[in-house]
Structure formats: C-alpha cells, structure tokens
Design a binder for this molecule. Structure first.
Ligand SMILES: [Zn+2]
Length: 477
C-alpha cells in the first residue's frame, strides 16, 4: 500500500492513513490539469510565487501560508477565458511572445477571452488580466516559426499589451511587464533571447504579393524589440538576427520591419515607419525622422515604390481596407482582381479600419474566401496549385490545388474557401474516431472539418457531433 513519510513524528492509525491517502489521490486526480503549471514553479517561496499564486493550485497536501494579498490584487481574473478547460497542457515553455492588441482594452479583452487567444493582457494602467491558465496552450501566435520550430503556441506564453505596434507602451505597462515577464522567465527558465515579439515569429503563406512563405505578415508588438523598450522590461539580451531569414526558410516581405527588429537601437528607434493611419507620430517612432504633416499621408498613398502590400501588409485584400483611386472610385480590398493589383494607379489612397480585429489570426492558416478576401488566383500565390492547398467550393466539393489548373482556379466561384499548407487527414468513421484521424490536433482552431459543405474549426468542436464521413484537414508543419 501507500507509505507516507510525515515531516514530523506522530502515530496515525492505519484507517486514517488510508482515508488521507485516498483523499490525496482524489485531489491529485481532480487537480491534474493545474498540476504541471504548479509543478514548474520553484519550490522556494519567492515574492513572485506569492503574487501569482491565484493562477495555479497550491500543493494539495500542504497548507500554504495565508496570502499577503497586497500584490496579488494586480492580477484580475475578470476576463478568464471560458475555454480554459478544453485547452491542453503545454509540454514545454521555450518562448515568451509579446503582442499589441491594435485596439482598445475593452474590445480586446472580450475577444481575447472569448477565443482564449493569450495568457495575459496588460492594460494601459498596468493591470494584468489572466485569460488562459499559464500552464495551458493559448492560441496567440498563429502561423509562426522561430529557428525552424513551427507552431509556437505549443511551446510559448503569449502576453497581449493594450496598444499599438508603433506606439510606445505606457510607463505602467512597462512596470507591469517587467514584473510579469520577470516572473515567467524565472518560473519557466526562459532566457532574454527567447522573449520575442509576435512580429518576429509570425510568417505568412504565399499570396498575391508574396510568392513564397515569408516573414512580415504582422508588425504586432514591433516596438518591444527595440533596445529601449527591452531595457524597460528588464531584458538584456535579444536575438541579433532572424534565424529563419538567414537560413532562407522564409523570404523577407517587410525589410523595414526586419531593420526595426534587428537593425540596432539607433536605426530602429528613430525611423519606425507606420502601417496604420492613426499612428500620427505619438509613439516611440516619432522621435527622429518623422515625416512632416504634409508628408504623413503619403505613407498611405500608392506610388512607384509603395504597393498595397507595403502599406497594408496582410490586410491588403481585407474587406475593411478601402482603396480610393485618383478618379474617386472606391473599392474594398476583397473586390480587387489580380489584374487590378498589378495596375493600381499611383496616387491611390489606402484607408484601413482601426479595428480591434487587427489582431485576428484569420490569415494564419485558416480558410480565405474567394470574393471576401480577394480573387481566387491571388489567395495562395505560388501555392495555388500545390498538393498542400485545398479548394472548397460553396457546395462542399473539394480538390487539392495539384489537381487543378490555374485557369480552373481563376474560375472558382465566390464563396470558395482555400486552405494553404494543409494535409487531408482522411475521413471520420466508426472504426476511425477523431483521435485516430488527427491525434491531439483534433480540437485545434486551425484543424478544419468539412461538415455539410462548410469548414468548421476544431476549436470548440463537439467530438460526438462530427458525422461519419467527415473529412478532416490538418495544418502541415
Ligand atoms: Zn500578435
């Protein structure tokens, strides 16, 4: 049976021991999901351990000292995600990834909580909200790669800072980040060089502008890569270069971003450009070479050296991005054809909504829609006819890109969806349940089920409600 070693000498009747051990095991079983995060916590009681105690369960067999209470109030669980329970435990924690919400606190908190898209949110006042338990997986990085490792959600913690990629965070946010990042670094033994920004790790699949997989899909969290910001967060080291660009695993679709991320403090902190209309020079980027008022708008005007991609990045073909042609014609990004992209006249003004949906991971491997996101031939770049690209007609009929011609792809109707960088894991049957088809990926948001002609995300899917014969598509890593 079980033998207990008590830290003190006392005689306990065997029956009591049995009850105690049964209780102990029951608590262990019930508390299992919380255990790994707790287990990673160093046993020694540091100030940080006290502060963050709310986010994990104390060891069940021991009485903990009463909480000091003072500092734990800095953490709010008001927006704790309802998705916590369905999120798997993270096997390792190698990276801490910093994001910017690109929108106001309220909307961001509601969306991030509802979708479980980060572990923490830091608002302008420095309040820290816990969204997903830090030992579990949060889906914050989307299509991501660092030094050849992909799918960083599985090995990282994501912190969303309320604000914008090109606007300096508040002093209160830096204070909160210093403490939060400091705690997490200690608990998970993450070196400074692996505290990264989302813009450092996000990459994009090919599209109309980028024929290859590329870095530069997002500028999220950009300024947290600068030396000044990192000093304020208490980070000494940072990566000197982008390992995936250097190894040519990715193409550089945003050289300006690359300079800001790795180009050294002077350059990065004086010339940060803006890809957002409302950036108006209030951020850290405003110091040096900020354009004069008359020139500010030029950032959003298409010219010989400034394409829609340069201005809008992965939002170039969004329905929230509007192009105003010199003759006054207005078109949404999703209405513009491949030919029109190539022939877009100089002087066209690009207007982008300052939407809270900026931080959407829709382009991270999820389906793009013909008509909504652009014409078919522009949605997958060189990968349009790849065997890892799948086209789904509105009725549910589907084909791999490799079985279609470019002409057939151009002729696909509006509403056709496309997944790039995927494999078909096969169909669900009575002999082949979900888990056998796609393993632990069955409930990932970027796993898709073709149910009644529609692609349904694995996030939140009811495993009992998947009809037999349903085809499953899993992101290829
Ligand atoms: Zn982000």
């Amino acid at each position: 049976m079980f033998r207990f070693r008590l830290p003190f000498s006392v005689s306990v009747p065997p029956s009591v021991l049995r009850v105690v051990s049964a209780l102990f095991l029951a608590v262990l079983a019930a508390g299992a999901p919380a255990a790994p995060s707790g287990a990673r916590q160093p046993a020694k009681k540091t100030a940080s351990a006290k502060r963050t105690k709310k986010t994990w369960k104390p060891a069940p067999a021991k009485k903990t000292a009463p909480s000091a209470g003072s500092s734990s109030s800095a953490f709010s669980s008001k927006y704790r995600s309802p998705r916590n329970k369905q999120r798997p435990l993270r096997k390792s924690t190698r990276f801490i990834i910093l994001h910017t919400t690109e929108g106001a606190a309220r909307g961001a908190l509601e969306k991030l909580s509802a979708n479980g898209e980060c572990h923490y949110v830091v608002d302008e006042a420095g309040r820290i909200y816990t969204i997903i338990d830090r030992g579990r997986v949060a889906y914050h990085a989307g299509l991501s790669m660092w030094n050849g490792t992909t799918d960083l959600d599985g090995c990282s913690i994501g912190i969303e800072v309320v604000g914008y990629h090109d606007k300096e965070a508040t002093a209160a946010q830096f204070t909160a980040l210093r403490r939060l990042v400091g705690d997490l670094k200690r608990v998970y033994k993450v070196p400074d060089e692996r505290v990264l920004t989302h813009s450092m790790v996000a990459y994009g699949n090919p599209n109309h502008w980028q024929k290859k997989k590329h870095r530069g899909r997002k500028r999220c969290g950009m300024l947290f890569a600068t030396a000044a910001a990192r000093r304020k967060i208490g980070l000494a080291g940072k990566p000197a270069f982008d390992p995936d660009l250097r190894a040519k695993r990715l193409a550089d679709a945003d050289p300006e971003l690359t300079r800001i991320l790795y180009g050294g403090a002077t350059r990065a902190e004086t010339g940060a450009p803006a890809a957002r209309p409302s950036s108006g020079g209030t951020g850290a980027a405003s110091g040096g070479s900020a354009a004069p008022a008359a020139g500010a708008d030029q950032k959003f005007v298409i010219g010989p050296k400034r394409s829609a991609w340069d201005i809008a990045r992965d939002r170039y073909n969004s329905r929230f991005t509007v192009y105003v042609y010199p003759n006054g014609t207005k078109k949404r990004g999703d209405e513009i054809t491949s030919r029109e992209w190539r022939a877009m006249p100089a002087g066209t003004v690009v207007q982008m909504a300052d939407a809270a949906s900026e931080e959407s991971e829709k382009t991270s491997g999820g389906p793009l829609v013909v008509g909504e996101d652009g014409p078919a031939e522009s949605l997958a770049g060189d990968d349009a006819v790849a065997s890892t690209t799948f086209w789904f007609r509105p009725g549910g009929q589907w084909s791999a890109g490799s079985s279609l011609t470019l002409a057939q792809i151009s002729a696909l109707p509006k509403g056709t969806q496309v997944l790039v960088g995927y494999r078909n894991a096969g169909g669900v049957s009575s002999k082949r349940p979900l888990f056998a088809v796609c393993g632990t990926k069955w409930n990932k948001p970027d796993t898709y089920y073709l149910i009644r002609g529609k692609l349904v995300s694995g996030d939140g899917i009811d495993e009992k409600a998947v009809p037999r014969g349903t085809q499953v598509f899993v992101r290829k890593e």
